[in-house]
Design a binder for this molecule. Structure first.
Ligand SMILES: Nc1nc2c(c(=O)[nH]1)N[C@H]1C(S)=C(S)[C@@H](COP(=O)(O)O)O[C@H]1N2
Ligand SMILES: [Mo]
Length: 196
């Protein structure tokens, strides 16, 4: 178990970002309903500015080298939950499998509910950006993004796509679902980057 709850130290002294309140609950927040999941037909694709575009079946994805991390989680609507345990594959690990090209600068995550979210590549190349299928020792609940979601403890949680099924490496930045609707592209909770 790796404890990365100290990631706030990169951005200041306070574990709870400004304007947030801690909750012991883990609320569910989705733009629309929970999409269906069929483990037989599910496919995860890695596309764009990579040496080799890849796709993974659910069984293949679950066989990638996994780790468990303790993280905090901050929603842009004002709640934070501490000390959640997530198991999965780190972004750098997955990026290595495809071989990211030198001209990649940005990343677009896409999801089964047609959600998208984007981040600069360097903000993704961190061990605490995880593709995760397990929350607090249990299979990730479907409402929380199961079978697979992203978590981004250094960002507001809308940067973590639930039901993620693709990642595209981009040579220019593009905006995701909430970013097109006025939310921040960088979304640093300690700088209260809620809106752009
Ligand atoms: N695919 C998808 N991912 C998503 C969302 C969504 O609507 N669809 N909502 C985002 C928002 S705004 C938040 S706060 C978190 C909420 O995650 P939770 O429901 O597990 O609390 O998921 C993020 N990822
Ligand atoms: Mo959110």
């Amino acid at each position: 178990m790796k404890d990365v709850t100290d990631c706030y130290e990169e951005f200041g002294d306070e574990r709870l970002p400004p304007g947030q309140r801690e909750t012991t609950e883990f609320p569910v927040l989705s733009k629309s309903g929970t999409p269906p999941f069929d483990p037989e037909s599910w496919q995860f694709t890695v596309t764009g500015a990579v040496e080799e575009e890849r796709s993974f079946s659910w069984a293949e994805f679950r066989n990638l080298p996994a780790e468990t991390q303790r993280q905090d989680f901050h929603c842009v609507t004002g709640w934070s939950t501490f000390d959640r345990e997530f198991t999965g594959v780190s972004f750098p690990e997955l990026a290595d499998l495809a071989g990211v090209r030198d001209d990649a600068v940005h990343v677009m995550f896409s999801a089964m509910d047609d959600y998208t979210t984007d981040l600069p590549l360097e903000e993704c190349m961190r061990e605490d950006v995880l593709f995760t299928w397990e929350l607090d020792g249990e299979e990730l609940p479907r409402d929380h993004g199961g079978p697979l979601r992203v978590v981004t403890p250094h960002k507001y949680a809308y940067k973590g796509a639930k039901w993620v099924d693709g990642v595209e490496f981009l040579t220019e930045s593009e905006l995701g679902y909430w970013e097109r609707r006025g939310y921040s592209e960088t979304a640093n909770p300690w700088r209260e980057e809620r809106y752009s």
